[in-house]
Structures are given as structure tokens and as C-alpha cells.
Design a protein around this ligand. Structure first.
Ligand code: SAJ
Length: 421
């Protein structure tokens, strides 16, 4: 088939490369010139294991190319962002624009698939009316489905192939046709549902995780008060065959989990009470960590220097979207702390080229904010020797307390009330 993919981001680009290396001709469309130019040279501008090799292979075989406008195709897949507005509602303008740009090229028998995470009802109430306006009958002239991805950044290619998927058709025929298309590379099970069910599935998967992380964060705060180690509680409680408490941390970031629950809340705010509370609990974590930093350094005279290890939204990715550490750093700066960030995955105010031991020089606290692999085996004695106040705050249970303390540093852990600070 000829497939046109609108939006070549974290989802659209890997999906394009998968289809193009599994028997289809793929035309990628993006408004970002840099993305289009890179792709046509077989290059990518994001960090994702093995993706560049796959893109190169597809481009060299002549099965993948990009431009800034769609052309005729058998199937159109929409993978544009659905950002969140300041009032916590989904901004669907990019989805609507994407469908409208397809209309001039649309022919009877074509397929339109929405992959962007969207509030329940979007395929039925936004996509279908636009298609009807153009004189086509959705489900008969044009097959329409919602088919969300479930891939984890850092493991996208493996998960695109192996994860199961749910295809939500606006009718049975649409779902069948789209299922067959994805079968060209998906090895996991493909389930068929209606479009709104599939939309709700996608949102609930991420909401489930958000609510469970909020529970873990609440546990961490309780344990600090009750002089218990939350990480031990989680380790032993999770030995129960039906318990899976998630991990506490300085907040929830990324463009999915920190956003998707609001797309449910916007539809039924009065009913979505646990979901709203969990979002607010997780959003409150950067301030909670800030307060802890403030307490740990309260007795220091003059400007306090904090060295922050990691700024991305999670380990080993180059993505800062919605990262809670950005908010934490903002709070520290607002409150006159001197704050130095080390993160070689992204360039945040020079973070990319900074060395941990340089950054820790004269610091009053080193905060392990993101558990990137390269922060695992640090030379703690060397860190101690350069610091002004030798103490660390581990927000991820990443370091061994004994190793750290044997180097002469005080070790503090988010969720551990040992020191009650
Ligand atoms: N986090 C915690 N504690 C945990 C797990 C995660 O604090 O126990 C934090 C992370 O530090 C990070 C945030 O949550 O800031 C999100 O990270 P993540 O690894 O849980 O998820 P994402 O956003 O990278 O990807 C999620 C995945 N969804 C689920 O696992 C249900 C992925 O499968 C989805 O495809 C993706 O969202 C998406 O695109 O929706």
C-alpha cells in the first residue's frame, strides 16, 4: 500500500520506518523542515535506539521519503501532537488541520487512522464530520479507525513490533481493514473495538500508571513522616502476588502520563475524582522535593549551591517535555539558589557538556533527579572532596546508602524518614 503519515515525531517516524521496511511505500509529512530534510538523507533528529538504522534502510530502498504536504495514498495515518491547553483541555487543532490537509487527496476506498492520543469521542465527533463535509460517507467510502500506540520511549521499535494493539473502528469493516494493515509488522495480538472504546483504553492505560505513581508518592510522603523507608515497604509489599506499587519520584513527566488523564477529566470532571487527585499529587512532587532541599540546606549561610543530576523526564532519553525537574530547577532559581544541572542527553543551559565533579564543586547538596545509567557508579569520594557541604539527596533509590556514606557524604533518600529532614 501507499501510506501517508502526517507527523514525524516520536511515534510517526518509527511507525513510518516500520511500514516502509515491511512491504509498503511510505510518504512522511511534517511541517518541520529540519525533520523532512534529515529523513530524506536517512537521518533522524531524535534519540531512539536503532531508529536511525531502520530509517536509513527504508530511505535507501526507496520506500520512505518525506515532504511538507500530503499526496494521494491508500491510507493516511495521523500522528500529530495533541497538546494540553492552560485550562487542561486537549488542543485538537493539529488533529483537525491534519484531516483537512488530507481532504483534497482523498478517494473512495481510502483509510484514515488516528493515532494521536485524544479525548473519548474525537474520532466519531471530530474526524467523521470533517470527512462527511468533503462528501464521503465514513465507514463506507472511507474506512476510519482510532489505533493508539503503546510504545515506551527508549524501546519504541521493539514495542511497536511486539506489543498488542487495539483497533477502534467506526464500524466493523473499518476495524478489519486497519487490523490487516497493522498486521504487516505487529507481532502482538490486534484486538478490535469501537473507536471510542479504543480512545478510552489508551487514556486509561496511562491514567492507571499515573494513579499508581500518585499512590507511591503519597506512600513516600507518609513514610518520611512515620520514619519508615518507603522503598523497603514497596519491595516487600510487591512480593504479594496481586500487589504492584509503583515507584515514587520527584514527579511525573513526559508527554503522555502527565497529560492523558486530563483528557478524561475534561469530559466528566465531577466523576473523575481519583484521577484528578492523582494528577495533583504528582504535580505537587517538585515542590515537595524543593521543600526537602530547602530543609537540608537551611543552616547554610550565604547563597546555597545545588547540583542537579538529570533534567529529562525519565532516564536515558533526550526528552525534557513536562519534566518535573524543570519545575524543581525553576523553584530553586526563584528562591535564590545557585543551581547547576548536569545532563549529557540534552542541552539545558550547558548541561550537555558539563562534568559531574566540576558541577559538584562548592555545592551544598547533590540531587540525583534522573537515574541516567552514567550516574550509577560515580566516584563519591571525589564528589565529597569538592563539595562545600557533603550531602546528597537521592530521589530514585538509585545509589547504595552504604557506599555513599562510606565516602563521607550524608545520604538522604526521598521516601525515607530516617533523618526526618
Ligand atoms: N514514573 C514514576 N514512577 C514509576 C514509573 C514512572 O515516577 O513507577 C515517572 C517517570 O519518572 C516519568 C513518568 O513517570 O517521569 C512517565 O514515565 P513512564 O516510563 O512511566 O512512561 P512514558 O511516558 O515514557 O510512556 C508511557 C507508557 N505508558 C504506560 O506504561 C502505561 C507507554 O507505554 C505509552 O505508550 C506512552 O506513555 C504513551 O505514548 O502514551
Amino acid at each position: 500500500m501507499k501510506i501517508c503519515i502526517i507527523g514525524l515525531g516520536y511515534i510517526g517516524l518509527p511507525t513510518a520506518a516500520m511500514f516502509a521496511t515491511n512491504g509498503h511505500k511510505v510518504h512522511g509529512v511534517d511541517i518541520n523542515k529540519e525533520v523532512v530534510e534529515a529523513l530524506n538523507k536517512g537521518e533522524i533528529i531524535i534519540e531512539e535506539p536503532y531508529l536511525e538504522d531502520l530509517v536509513k534502510e527504508a530511505v535507501n530502498n526507496g520506500n520512505l521519503f518525506a515532504s511538507d504536504k500530503p499526496e494521494k495514498a491508500d491510507a493516511f495515518i495521523i500522528c500529530v501532537p495533541t497538546p494540553i491547553l492552560p485550562d487542561k483541555r486537549a488542543d485538537l487543532s493539529l488533529v483537525e488541520n491534519a484531516v483537512r490537509t488530507i481532504l483534497p487527496y482523498l478517494e473512495k476506498g481510502n483509510i484514515i487512522i488516528l493515532e494521536s492520543t485524544s479525548p473519548p469521542g474525537t474520532t466519531r465527533d471530530l474526524l467523521c464530520p470533517v470527512i462527511e463535509e468533503a462528501g464521503f460517507k465514513p465507514g463506507e467510502d472511507i474506512y476510519v479507525a482510532y489505533c493508539p500506540e503503546r510504545v515506551l520511549p527508549g524501546r519504541i521499535l521493539k514495542e511497536l513490533r511486539e506489543n498488542s494493539r487495539v483497533v477502534g473502528g467506526i464500524n466493523e469493516k473499518s476495524a478489519q481493514v486497519v487490523k490487516e494493515l497493522y498486521e504487516s509488522f505487529v507481532e502482538g495480538e490486534i484486538y478490535i473495538a469501537d473507536a471510542t472504546t479504543a480512545e478510552m483504553c489508551k487514556l486509561m492505560e496511562n491514567t492507571y500508571r499515573d494513579v499508581n505513581i500518585a499512590l507511591a508518592n503519597e506512600l513516600a510522603m507518609l513514610c518520611e513522616k512515620l520514619n519508615v523507608n518507603a522503598w523497603d515497604v514497596i519491595k516487600y509489599a510487591n512480593k504479594h502476588p496481586r500487589v504492584n506499587i509503583h515507584m515514587p519520584g520527584p514527579g511525573v513527566g513526559g508527554h503522555c502520563i502527565a497529560i492523558d488523564p486530563w483528557f478524561i477529566v475534561e469530559k466528566c470532571p465531577e466523576l473523575a475524582r481519583i484521577i484528578t487527585l492523582s494528577r495533583n499529587t504528582n504535580d505537587g512532587m517538585p515542590r515537595y522535593v524543593f521543600n526537602r532541599i530547602n530543609e537540608l540546606t537551611a543552616n547554610i549561610e550565604g547563597k546555597r549551591k545545588i547540583c542537579i543530576l538529570g533534567i529529562t523526564y525519565k532516564p536515558n532519553v533526550d526528552d525534557m517535555r513536562e519534566s518535573p525537574i524543570l519545575e524543581l530547577v525553576g523553584l530553586l532559581k526563584e528562591n535564590q539558589f545557585d543551581c547547576v544541572v548536569v545532563d549529557n542527553h540534552v542541552d539545558y543551559e550547558g548541561s550537555e557538556s558539563r562534568d559531574v565533579y566540576e558541577a559538584a564543586k562548592d555545592a551544598d547538596l547533590v540531587v540525583l533527579a534522573v537515574n541516567h545509567d552514567e550516574f550509577k557508579d560515580l566516584d563519591f569520594s571525589r564528589i565529597k572532596s569538592v563539595m562545600n557541604t557533603p550531602q546528597v539527596l537521592d530521589t530514585r533509590n538509585f545509589w547504595d546508602p552504604e557506599t555513599v556514606e562510606n565516602s563521607g557524604l550524608s545520604y538522604h533518600l526521598l521516601g525515607w524518614g530516617r533523618n526526618n529532614t
